[in-house]
Design a protein around this ligand. Sequence first.
Ligand code: IMP
Length: 524
Amino acid sequence: MVATKRDYRTANEYVATLEEKDGLSVEQLMDSNTRGGLTYNDFLILPGYVGFSSVDVGLKTKLTKKITLQTPFVSSPMDTVTEAEMAIQMALLGGIGTIHHNCSAEEQAAMVRKVKTYENGFINSPVVVTPTTTIGEVRAMKEELGFSGFPVTQDGKFPGKLLGLVTSRDVQFIEDESIPVSEIMTKEPVTAKQGLTLEQGNEILKKTKKGKLLIIDGDNNLVSMISRTDLMKNQNYPLASKSATTKQLLCGAAIGTLPADRARLTMMVEAGLDVVTIDSSQGNSQYQIEMLRWIKETYPDLEVIAGNVVTREQAANLIANGCDGLRIGMGSGSICITQEVMACGRPQATAVYNVCKFANEFGVPCMADGGVQNIGHIIKALALGASTVMMGGMLAGTTESPGDYFFRDGKRLKVYRGMGSIDAMQQTGKSGNASTSRYFSEGDKVLVAQGVSGAVVDKGSVNKFIPYLFNGLQHSCQDIGVESIDALRENVNSGNVRFEFRTAAAQLEGGINNMHSYEKRLHN
Ligand code: IMP
């Protein structure tokens, strides 16, 4: 039958009469009976209508039942990804860091404390000297550290009783290098009382035209300082994840399910921890459930993310025992060999879709953990029902990730390793090894690796990388035609946002083709 030619002006009316929209609904896409388990690369989201600017797209989302973030970015509790520096920067940029536990409980609690006491623009661990430090030593410190203003405290410790300040001007024209700083230091430097805001501090620096403002407590102990050289560098962080009451940055950390982890958690709660992740590659265990119950009884206000899970049944056990969030993924991590070795796991898109569909009905936000390699993977995880994404490899190799850079084959690299790699499992902290406990291997004589250890290329600072991810997500939402993560979820559920399955050839087509050579620069 020859189709009748329609009046083009009725195109909108006509499309509205069609029973189904173009493409697949999420249920049709994720039907495992027809297609098996899917990964992020197996499908695309169809574009919608662009009726707003990308800067108007908000990415507010829930990390747990009680914690809302302005961005969906979470850093993974891995010892090559998240320590205090990463956690501070992630929180400043609107996400949250999860401090790893492959270290002693004291070290982990100290990192949590560092995040909680961080104040943007304030130098919270200034290098100080004693009154007996010599001018020669001050010059050597300037040479080594690159800055020249050192507060002088009574015993040369920080925090400590403030006696003065020595700067390069004080030592400039003195030839005798053996003179102690007590003789030449400025004895009444500009100080301000703890509690002032960065803006107030900056104003004082501008008015006094001094280089350093020393912050003291009621007993004249130096507690931090602000430096004029940082004035121009201090950024605003409008999306920062902060506690509504204390205004401190939010901080997450991971623990295992061993008895010693209870004492570890207590120390971190005392340091101000906001959310704990019970870190296990297979979360549906008696150990995890006991730990979860104990935490909820002992610290009812502490938010608990349980996991990892990839099925509804695993999730149900943890939801029933009171978790405030779920972490989804088994075998999808970039350094992971779990699926190969254990034969257990699930393709990540299918795992995220099935667990989120179930957990969201109980009001439990889900985090898609592992396998995120680009912005497209993040928006796909969110479209499948996740509220946040946890990243390891994406954030490894940044300035803020632990470890030193090294050069190999002309490239600047940092180590990135799985917590189930032999390397990580053999590193023993004072309170046991987090990696072995994550894989229930603490009693093993022969370790069975579930991850690899390797290197990733220098990615620069997350200060640039996270805003790149943020802008990318805003543009992606704009293409899809949704103005927020909530709107994305609603429109996927109502069948308005549509999907397409990608054949192997379609995946090839979506890559770069027929180029003689090219450079893949992701952002400026
Ligand atoms: P990525 O973001 O793809 O690099 O994956 C990071 C995630 O992989 C982490 O958040 C963990 O859930 C998981 N993971 C970490 N170490 C290992 C390992 O050694 N084996 C398997 N999975 C791991």
